[in-house]
Structure formats: structure tokens, C-alpha cells
Design a protein around this ligand. Structure first.
Ligand code: ATR
Length: 306
């Protein structure tokens, strides 16, 4: 069985569905996609729930998405996950969008509906809210939140979700400020009401190397790390250790390694910490629930990961 399929493979039944294998009915679409962990998340849930379906990786070139969606519908696929760089193209290809996908401008989950229907969802933001609730027993809407790396794809998605939730305060931090200015303009309407009792505006932006960062961080409850720094063992932490304080809840979207330098620093300073595994699980479970309404795949996914 192939590890990664292509658009051409969708026309080749012998390759796509070799004898003895469950039929391919779900996929993660990306470019590249070989590294995607989504099959390890979804296949155990499909198996545990006795669903006769296989979850595959599908590598598509930019521009191939509409043809692939049409073919997958023909083949009886239930739906698909979409990852980098196709989340924006997927949005254009969908006939209907849920409010999260609309607000984020990106689709990570597609449900193949009746006729021409292609229903687009985004579970990254809602998955984050559930992850924070599970890890720290708090609601995003009650928190003053700093997003480190808010200019990147993941950071923008989580920042947008925090804004949609109406969090108390949102501090956007990034190496390059230009990306933050565009994002802040987009998010401003969410922060029009006066809610905050304390210093600062409800929506603020800072450069990663701002000397004010430790003080600004001190006024926050939740710090979220969304840069790619930490994936490699030799990576430095994105913000100085002096930003990390005992009252902080500290979340790193990276889960491999399980403890980045950032999380180790936070723990050493007495903060409560959690890594991105819970985000991976919850965004995956939400996708699964769109494909198979009424199911509860989270436990099977968690077991598959441990
Ligand atoms: P994406 O495709 O999601 O934008 P990315 O280019 O890897 O992914 O960047 C993700 C985030 O990590 C961004 O916030 C990026 O900062 P910039 O917007 O300034 O590029 C941040 N990032 C990546 N490498 C970094 C580094 N060495 N130092 C600080 N931030 C870094």
C-alpha cells in the first residue's frame, strides 16, 4: 500500500484500493504531505468505531484541488482534511462554509455533501478552545492572551479564534511586524467593546525583540507559542525566559519534541505548561465528528497516539 497517493492514483482502483485493504474514503491533502500524522489519528478511530474506511495521504500540486474533490466525490469519499498549502484554495472550492472557516479564511475539513455540495469547516480554532479547556480548565474568552508567532499560519488562526471568542485581551507578537498590522486591522472589530480592567488596549501588537515584552507578558494569563522555533532540538526559545512567570498558563503548539526549550523555561519558572498534542487531538476529533455526526472519536484517537 502506498504511503502517499497522487491525483493520478484516484483513477487507478488497483493502486488506490488494493485487495484486502479497507476502501479509501478519507484523506489528508497537502503538499508535501508525507509527514502528516493525521492517518495515525483518524485510522484508529475508524477502526474502533467499526467504520469500513481507510484514511490516506494525498499529495496534490497547487491547482489540482477542484479535480481531486470531484473525483473523490465520484469514488464515494466521505470527506477530507486539508493542510498546507491548500487551506485557502480549499475555501474557494467549497460551496458552503462554517463561521470558523469564514472568519479564518481557510478550510481544514471538507465534507462531501449531496449533489454539488462541498461543505468547508475549520476545526483549528475550535479545537484550540477545547484543548485549552482540557489542559487548564479555563475558557479562552476569560483570558488575557499573548500569541507568540501570530504572523504565521497557525498563529493567525489561533489569534482569530481568540478574537472570535471575545477574549479579555489579545497581544500579538511576531518577528516581523508587517504581518501583524494586517492581522490587527482584521481583528479590530472584535475588540470594539470595553471589557478590560487593567493596563493596555484590548488588542496590541509587539515585535518579538521588544524590550517591553516581559512587562507585557506579566499582564497576560495565557501565552501561546505558535512559531516553528522548537521543532529542532538546537532551536532557541522565541521569547526570553524573563517573560515566563509562575502565574502563567503556557501552551506550545509544537508536540514533537514534547517539551521545547520554551516549555522547559516556563516550567522552570513555575508556570503551568501543555504541548500541542491536545490541539492535534481536538481539531482531529472535530473533523471526524463532521464526517460522522454523533460519534465520539476522541478516546480512540488518544489511545492511538499513546
Ligand atoms: P507559516 O507558513 O505558518 O507562515 P512559517 O513561515 O514557518 O510558517 O512561520 C511561522 C511563524 O514562525 C511566523 O510567525 C514566523 O515569524 P515571521 O512571520 O517573522 O517569519 C515564525 N518564525 C519562524 N522562524 C523564526 C525565527 N527564527 N525566529 C522568530 N520567529 C520565527
Amino acid at each position: 500500500m502506498k504511503d502517499v497517493y497522487t491525483l493520478a492514483d484516484l483513477d487507478d482502483q488497483a493502486t488506490l484500493n488494493p485487495e484486502g485493504a479497507k476502501p479509501a474514503k478519507l484523506a489528508v491533502i497537502g503538499h508535501p504531505v508525507a509527514h502528516s500524522q493525521s492517518p495515525q489519528l483518524h485510522q484508529p478511530a475508524l477502526d474502533a468505531l467499526d467504520i469500513d474506511a481507510r484514511y490516506i495521504r494525498l499529495d496534490l500540486e497547487p491547482g489540482e484541488l477542484p479535480a481531486a474533490f470531484a473525483k473523490m466525490k465520484e469514488l464515494g469519499f466521505v470527506g477530507t482534511n486539508v493542510t498546507v498549502p491548500h487551506k485557502f484554495e480549499a475555501l474557494s472550492a467549497c460551496t458552503d462554509l462554517d463561521p470558523a472557516a469564514e472568519a479564518l479564511g481557510a478550510v481544514n475539513t471538507v465534507l462531501f455533501g449531496d449533489g454539488e455540495d462541498l461543505l468547508g469547516f475549520n476545526t483549528d480554532g475550535p479545537g484550540f478552545v477545547r484543548a485549552i479547556r482540557e489542559e487548564f480548565s479555563v475558557d479562552v474568552r476569560d483570558l488575557r492572551i499573548m500569541i507568540v508567532g501570530a504572523g504565521g499560519g497557525a498563529g493567525q488562526a489561533l489569534a482569530t479564534q481568540c478574537a472570535r471568542e471575545g477574549c479579555e485581551q489579545l497581544v500579538l507578537v511576531n518577528r516581523s511586524l508587517e504581518k501583524l498590522e494586517t492581522l490587527a486591522t482584521r481583528l479590530e472589530p472584535y475588540f470594539e467593546s470595553e471589557k478590560l480592567n487593567g493596563p493596555g488596549e484590548r488588542l496590541e501588537i509587539y515585535a518579538l525583540d521588544s524590550p517591553h515584552l516581559p512587562e507585557i507578558a506579566g499582564h497576560c494569563d495565557l501565552l501561546v507559542q505558535t512559531t516553528s522555533l522548537g521543532l529542532k532540538a538546537t532551536d532557541p526559545a522565541p521569547i526570553p525566559s524573563s517573560c515566563l512567570q509562575p502565574h502563567h498558563l503556557v501552551y506550545d503548539t509544537i508536540y514533537q519534541p514534547a517539551r521545547t526549550k520554551f516549555l522547559r523555561n516556563a516550567e522552570a519558572n513555575g508556570a503551568r505548561i501543555a504541548n500541542g498534542l491536545s490541539l492535534l487531538l481536538h481539531q482531529g476529533a472535530l473533523s471526524f465528528e463532521y464526517w460522522f455526526p454523533g460519534t465520539s472519536p476522541l478516546d480512540a484517537m488518544r489511545k492511538g497516539r499513546s
